[in-house]
Design a protein around this ligand. Sequence first.
Ligand SMILES: [Cu+2]
Length: 170
Amino acid sequence: MTRPLRRLATALLATALLAAGLLPGLAAAHEQTTDDLRIAHPFATPTPPGAVSGGAYLDLEVTGDTPAVLVGAHSPASEVVEIHTMEMADGTMRMRPVPRLEIAPGAPIRMRPGGGYHLMLIELTGPLAEGDSFPLTLEFAERDEVEVEVWVQDAATGSQAADGHHGDMH
Ligand SMILES: [Cu+2]
């Protein structure tokens, strides 16, 4: 099968499985869990043609007693991935890179568009189109890397879906 056809077939299969109640919902399946680390609903917002950078968002939670420290990430979607924080300073939103992001037990990090932490995809290798997905590898201090699949979703849809992962969280 050609690539678009295969994609269509996969989409149809997922729809059929959903209709049959065999999948609890794609959103619920969109997370990654290691021994003591839960990474939920990675998504990135679509970019207009010619955009050089984009934002990716995910939720990180440690379920054990040891904090996790995110120190970087990489992806085929962009040349560079930086951990950024965005906050109000003198009446304007400012972004700045942070070298590390600690996820402490009981204090999950929930990245959402519009403020706070995000992953900045710098020098995109192509536009991020709604409905696409791409791999992203998270680098941790003193822990194995974790690869997640990032879905391209608009800010509202992605945020709502991410919030939906937390029925069992605080
Ligand atoms: Cu940024």
